[in-house]
Design a protein around this ligand. Structure first.
Ligand SMILES: *Cc1c(COP(=O)(O)O)cnc(C)c1O
Length: 389
């Protein structure tokens, strides 16, 4: 054959009686079918298999299946980002006229999606302090279909009482969805506590290497009917290469969480011992308002996030961040290395003075995401920051 004819022809993969131990990356957007009948059966779901990547592909399946097992879920799906996992949840479960009760401490973009974007579709939300069950109950009305909270919130690291919230939502015929990004299934499995859906940004702790943007949605058979259709019709599909990378990251999830959580507890105690630190917020410290709930819900792992407030306000925070050169100021979380964030200038920059005051966020507040370095390294790195305050 001439190059003109040979070049466009798809290459043949060699047959082998053995299978690769590491999963292949399957980038193909389309699969070759035997005949029209097979194509029709695959596309309608009568036969299982792949035809077009937006509908499903092996790397998404493998990652979703791994996550399904980690959450003890009946069903799971991965999507292009944490935000698209929340979008899939809303688009599959709600319709115009429905009402949502959302935590006032949700991730900023989640709040924006729940209160502004969905509003355009005729869905409205009440934003309340979901740490107070009474406030949740007061906000519920006969149109309420969904309650949305985070397992551990940013930056004050409040813990949601998942079992109590699930009981409350169910009593009024609503579903409970939990954003478990700050915990990961290595710390908390909300479905086992009664939640109807759990969603996560796999971008953070789950992948753990700051090189992937992906989301996860897990739930029960009974609520799953519309989800595959929403994912493919709204085009929320995950990229195979990113799925493959996240699957590799998850290989070390348990080890990373164990080490980073130890470092977080140790850093929290270390910071609390400094006269330059006014407050330390960590659910694994007895001083945290949710310590008893965290022990009951999480056992002995309390997450990798530690928030602290410096005496000396915003100027002190800036000096700390500039001086702590061993800890990148990188406003995300769940990386291999310890990182710092400054809520007032990053995640919470658009929040009103009133809401900031209500949540107790000020310019002296720094949030640490503990990495997997040695405890001594983290202490020394923090001391460099503290010395400059
Ligand atoms: C990052 C984050 C999200 C959004 O996830 P993306 O993958 O960035 O879309 C949602 N919730 C929480 C708590 C997050 O930290």
């Amino acid at each position: 054959m001439k190059p003109d004819d040979l070049c466009p022809h798809p290459p043949q993969f060699p047959a082998s009686p053995t299978e690769p131990l590491s999963a292949p990356i399957q980038l193909s957007t389309v699969y070759r079918c035997d005949d029209p009948q097979q194509a029709a059966e695959l596309l309608s779901g009568m036969q299982s298999g792949y035809v077009y990547r937006r509908d499903d592909h092996p790397n998404a399946y493998a990652l979703a299946e791994h996550c399904r097992q980690l959450h003890g879920a009946q069903r799971s799906a991965v999507s292009a980002s944490g935000m698209s996992a929340l979008s899939a949840l809303l688009l599959s479960q709600l319709r115009a006229g429905d009402h949502i009760v959302a935590s006032n401490q949700l991730y900023g973009r989640s709040l924006q999606l729940l209160t502004q974007e969905t509003n355009r579709l005729g869905i409205d939300a009440s934003v309340v302090d979901t740490c107070r069950l009474q406030s949740v109950e007061q906000a519920i009305c006969n149109r309420t279909r969904l309650v949305v909270v985070e397992t551990i919130t940013n930056p004050t690291l409040r813990v949601s009482d998942v079992a109590a919230l699930a009981e409350l939502a169910h009593r009024y015929g609503a579903l409970l969805a939990v954003d478990n990004t700050f915990a990961s299934p290595a710390v908390c499995r909300p479905l086992e506590l009664g939640a109807d859906f759990v969603f996560e940004s796999l971008t953070k702790i789950m992948n753990g290497h700051s090189d992937v943007l992906l989301g996860l949605l897990c739930g029960h058979d009974r609520n799953w009917e519309r989800i595959p259709c929403v994912l493919t019709t709204w085009g929320l599909v995950a990229n195979p290469l990113e799925c493959w990378l996240a699957a590799r990251g998850i290989g070390t999830l348990a080890l990373r969480v164990q080490r980073s959580n130890c470092n977080a507890l140790s850093a929290a105690k270390h910071l609390a011992a400094s006269a330059k630190v006014r407050t330390v917020l960590y659910p694994g410290l007895k001083s945290h308002p949710d310590y008893p709930l965290a022990c009951q819900q999480f056992g002995d792992q309390f997450g990798a996030m530690v928030t602290f407030v410096l005496e000396g306000g915003p100027a002190a925070a800036t000096r700390f961040i500039r001086a702590a050169k061993q800890i990148p100021f990188a406003p995300s979380l769940g990386e291999l290395c310890t990182t710092l964030s400054h809520p007032l200038s990053t995640s919470h920059r658009t929040m009103s003075e009133h809401d900031l005051g209500h949540l107790g966020i000020d310019g002296g507040m720094i949030r640490l995401s503990a990495g997997i370095e040695s405890e001594a390294f983290v202490h020394a790195a923090l001391d460099e920051g503290l010395a400059a305050v």
